[in-house]
Design a protein around this ligand. Structure first.
Ligand code: AVJ
Length: 371
């Protein structure tokens, strides 16, 4: 039975610069290889279309990852242990976090981190209905840069960074390396990382996952232009651009493009952008990994693989990694700032905490924010 949350949830907001969509789009389209960031896909319609993608017969990643999670979650939970502060990077999938929350032993807190504050707070409040005893501390921040974690009320054994969905694939090698370092900083010494990583496989399977027969991925890709027409006064002719997804064996990634069907110019809020027939805009890269490739990359950030779970066909992997040592570029004297709007509950608390502190005395545990 759902009960109302015992404690109001407030957003810890670092006010990440939201990004000037008009300027970023114009900059991207001014490059020799025109490009648009996949982060613009997810307006309301884009999020709806992505949801539909995850249920397509050709799009194996979501259902395969969910299958792996369901099959092996007990073993994962055993390795992760009790009293963890779960830090979800890009808190999107409430379905996946619930699988974890349903089995973990007394999680200390759930800290979803996202660049967009509105959905974050909505999702956190929704989750609180079903997990009334869980402390939820949503953080609005740009997770590609280190940020300070709030300190849960309950004692924390370790931090667990959760990054499902193979979202890591959207980052190129250099960015993925940087992101893994940030995750190492947030996990802290002895911390863990539970991550979904899509694997290399035959190009035909990959390409059909991004070129579905029903055309949903095409609509998802083209919706980017619909959005630009609406939001920044562009006049893309939707009939004159087509979706294309190809796998580059050399780069180990799916590339999604929007191909111009003819020579044309597009007016974006007074600026003319010229397209040649056949010229394409790169809208998304989705990198696929060999298990060893990913192990090496994560190793550079200090993560050691504890276990890799895959489906029987080795399409997708869920991996549990642990930090072997304090991340190198983590400085203890970095100013640790807890926003004043959300005071450290440990110091502020005057009435008894609604959250059970079942993990023993503070002296033997490490709070999420102080490592
Ligand atoms: C959300 C980044 C994992 O790359 O597979 C799906 C996005 N794009 N179909 C992916 C996506 C087109 C997806 N990720």
């Amino acid at each position: 039975m759902s009960e109302p949350a015992k404690k109001p949830i407030t957003l810890i907001d670092y006010h990440p610069p939201s990004g000037d969509i008009r300027q970023e789009v114009l900059d991207g389209l001014a490059q020799p290889q025109k490009r648009l960031s996949p982060k613009w896909f997810y307006d309301e319609e884009g999020s709806r279309l992505f949801d539909q993608i995850t249920r397509l017969p050709e799009y194996y990643p979501t259902r395969t990852e969910l299958g792996i999670l369901h099959t092996h979650i007990a073993e994962m939970a055993g390795m992760i242990g009790s009293c963890v502060a779960i830090v979800e990077f890009g808190a999107g999938s409430s379905v996946k976090i619930r699988i974890l929350l349903d089995i973990l032993e007394t999680p200390a807190a759930f800290i979803p981190v996202d660049i967009s504050g509105e959905h974050l707070l909505d999702a956190a409040r929704q989750l609180a209905m079903d997990y009334p005893d869980l402390e939820i501390l949503p953080v609005c921040a740009d997770f590609t840069q280190p940020f300070d974690l709030p300190v849960p009320v309950a004692a924390v054994n370790r931090n667990l960074v959760f990054f499902p969905g193979s979202t890591i694939g959207n980052f190129d090698l250099e960015q993925a390396r940087q992101l893994l370092k940030v995750m190492a900083i947030e996990a802290g010494a002895g911390g863990g990382l539970l991550i979904g990583v899509d694997l290399k496989k035959d190009p035909a399977t990959l390409e059909s996952a991004y070129n579905d027969d029903a055309g949903v991925t095409a609509d998802f890709n083209l919706n980017l232009l619909v959005r630009l027409n609406r939001e920044i006064g562009a006049d893309f002719d939707l009939g004159q651009f087509t979706h294309r997804a190809i796998y580059s064996e050399e780069k180990g990634r799916i590339e999604m493009h929007l191909v111009s069907e003819k020579d044309q110019s597009v007016n974006i809020d007074g600026q003319l952008i010229e397209f040649l027939a056949g010229e394409h805009i790169l809208t998304e890269c989705s990198h696929k990994y060999e298990l060893q490739e990913f192990a090496d990359l994560a190793g550079e950030a200090g993560f050691n693989i504890r276990k890799v779970w895959t489906d029987p066909e080795r399409m997708f992997s869920v991996q549990y990694l642990e930090l072997g040592y304090e991340p190198k570029d983590f400085t203890r004297d970095r100013v640790r700032h807890i926003p004043s709007a959300v005071p450290n509950p440990r110091r502020k608390r005057t009435s008894p905490s609604p959250f059970p502190e079942t993990c023993g005395p503070q002296a033997v545990s490490r709070p999420a924010g102080i490592r």
